[in-house]
Ligand binder design. Structure first.
Ligand code: PRP
Length: 178
């Protein structure tokens, strides 16, 4: 992919390259393979953004596991609306299961804060969060996030599943706004 990417009215520059993303995912997968032995975790993938990260991560998970999807939405343009909508719900019983929620990015954490409440009400044995990106300044440690590839400053990023108004998900690298 090129170093600069223009999407609609905004310019983006290459920020985290594919090789670094894959190396970070190797590390997470190794930890999950050790920590989740015998637990048959359910990976709950938060659509749309997490689909690429989840696919790469789960291919490297070698223990027994299951997957499920949920579609949550809170963003319009480049900012979070703070209102979390469950556009497509879970179709799996999480009672007494070990759950690993997979996100592309935890920004303010409002999306997952709301969804974690929903999940805990289902009576799981344990719930962990895995994310490709985390913005510590915006997040302010609202809840524990066990598996993180990269902690990044408060900048708008696209690529590798993340979008700007629907565009930009189709890249193996991550870009940040210029
Ligand atoms: C993005 C991302 C997270 C959320 C993070 O989803 O995938 O779910 O925002 O933001 P927060 O921590 O500030 O709540 P978005 O609503 O853009 O939907 P998408 O995954 O379909 O792009």
């Amino acid at each position: 992919m090129p170093n600069t990417w223009t999407l609609k009215d905004k310019s983006f520059e290459k920020y985290i390259i594919s090789q670094d993303i894959q190396a970070a995912i190797d590390g997470l997968a190794q930890r999950i393979n050790q920590e989740m032995v015998g637990k048959n975790p359910v990976f709950v993938i938060v659509l749309n953004g997490a689909f690429i990260f989840a696919s790469d991560l789960i291919k490297k998970v070698k223990i027994d596991c299951e997957i499920a999807f949920v579609k949550l939405s809170s963003y319009a343009g480049t900012s979070s609306t703070g209102i979390v909508r469950e556009v497509m719900g879970l179709d799996i019983d999480l009672k007494e299961r070990t759950v690993i929620i997979i996100e592309d990015i935890v920004d303010t954490g409002l999306t997952l804060d709301s969804f974690l409440n929903t999940v805990w009400k289902m009576g799981p044995a344990d719930v962990k969060v895995a994310t490709c990106l985390l913005k510590p300044e915006a997040f302010k440690d609202r809840f524990p996030v066990e598996y993180v590839c990269f902690r990044i400053p408060n900048e708008f990023v696209v690529g590798y599943g993340l979008d700007y108004d629907g565009l930009g998900r189709n890249s193996e690298d991550i870009y940040k706004i210029k």
